[in-house]
Design a protein around this ligand. Sequence first.
Ligand SMILES: NC(=O)c1ccc[n+]([C@@H]2O[C@H](COP(=O)([O-])OP(=O)(O)OC[C@H]3O[C@@H](n4cnc5c(N)ncnc54)[C@H](O)[C@@H]3O)[C@@H](O)[C@H]2O)c1
Length: 249
Amino acid sequence: MERVAVVTGAARGIGAAVARRLAADGMAVAALDLDEAACADTVARIVSAGGTAIAVGADVSEADRVERAVERVVAELGPPVVLVNNAGIIRDNLLFKMGEEDWDLVMGVHLKGAFLMTKAVQGHMVDAGYGRIVSLSSTSALGNRGQANYAAAKAGIQGFTKTLALELGRFGVTANAVAPGFIVTEMTASTAARVGVEFEEFQRAATAQIPVRRVGYPEDVAHTVSFLASEGAGFVSGQVIYVAGGPRG
Ligand SMILES: NC(=O)c1ccc[n+]([C@@H]2O[C@H](COP(=O)([O-])OP(=O)(O)OC[C@H]3O[C@@H](n4cnc5c(N)ncnc54)[C@H](O)[C@@H]3O)[C@@H](O)[C@H]2O)c1
């Protein structure tokens, strides 16, 4: 039977690439995002490649929505044993200009979202005696100007991950984090727009700072998630893998 995976923020960018990759790896994938219709493209690409996928609409920061979403996954695909906490937003500003709402929104999606999703799914993993939890951190966890909220959330994901590894290891469940550097998505495009630089130029400037001299793509992250979500990675837990073309971004 196909293993069931839930990927949050799967409508586009890194989440969409992860959903396609896990489906290609043989998993049945629930592509979850704020808007169910926005996942149609991700699902269509998986199905046309011969895979199994459904679109699920939910805000990961709302407990009721998360519980209902996971119940739907169980009913339509079966109990999930792979979870990728990928949904994310940015609300960048220097600390003195950062509003309380910008702090709460970022914490709500990244940290509370990962907490609620993991809590809703972990029982199914424990029942199965098998599970793989992969959460998206970032090189920003090491500190990044203008991202006090996001950096704190992404560092928090690392502590959350290590604690999950300690608590759930005995049930056959691993938990790891992937920390990307510069990845070409709408998120980095929006940062370029915010600072008033053409996205091409923004990517060239980033490339000059990256040891492998190229920017990253969603598929680079999906490859690492695929490894951590695989059965063979069962002795790797509580780790943070930087996918940044160098030791850090
Ligand atoms: N792009 C990068 O350079 C980069 C680097 C490091 C880490 N990351 C992390 O990778 C993840 C994916 O980033 P991306 O670049 O693909 O971003 P993106 O903005 O292209 O996609 C994020 C997706 O998450 C969804 N989402 C946002 N809030 C949600 C919520 N409350 N509930 C459900 N879905 C929600 C959005 O609708 C969107 O489809 C994020 O956690 C991000 O912080 C990205």
